[in-house]
Write a protein that binds this ligand. Sequence first.
Ligand code: URA
Length: 285
Amino acid sequence: MNHLQRVQKILSEIGISSRRKAEELIREGRVTVNGRIAQIGDRADPLQDRIKVDGRGVSASSPKVYILLNKPRGTVTTTDDPAGRKTVMDLLRIKKPRLFPVGRLDYDAEGLLLLTNDGELAHGLSHPSFRIPRTYQVKVKGKPTPEEIHKLRGGIHLEDGRTSPCQIFPLRETEENLWLEMVLYEGRNRQVKRMWERLGYPVLKLKRVGFAGLALGRLKPGDSRALDPREVQKLKERQGASKEKGMDPHEVFKKGGPRFHQPEGRPENLKIRPEAGGLWHARRG
Ligand code: URA
């Protein structure tokens, strides 16, 4: 009996990378099947054929591993940095099986980063159509007005298209800056920074505190922990549910927005209250 499958599917199922990343590896000529360089669309039998990435054989037998890391500022979200900077992989205690970050955080950003060798799950959690929530705490230079915050919530035009509606509410302010919490349902490159830059408010600090229902909690920067089986199960269910019927943020926003939604990962001691008009404001003093 043959088990022919597309090579990129095999690589993602084994947990070598997400499916998109596997396609990149194939395009870059880094994947061979029985000694021949694989092409996109090639099929192979994972049980019979010898598949290698960068000359190293891949095996279907690795157990699935799920790690939650608090990425510190000053680390790159890649498995290998040609510029020799510290990568998130340098922070992990386990070196095998090979893990891959799900999505990315900028060099100067910190917070929750999931790493896994479960390619299918990584694919599901990264794909924009699944609208996985990502919660950020953001410090911006200056004081955006309630109208500007409202505008950003509804979506604005960036170079790569209009942003999906998101949730934003102020947390606290200093004399010159404002801290806000944002829940985005897409993960474009430098999205938070670009959204605020567009309105003239540079982002000074950025921390991801929630992702796909996972919360950063009290994990210190640089520390990591394995997900417990219930968390893994929930992630899989969320991914399945998102695939089938994903919430449409445009619809939610049209209906008045999920203003009182309790986003994942918000520290319990923050004092916030809804003002008349529906915007969230930090309570002073
Ligand atoms: N948005 C950004 O601008 N940077 C990140 O690292 C994550 C989201």
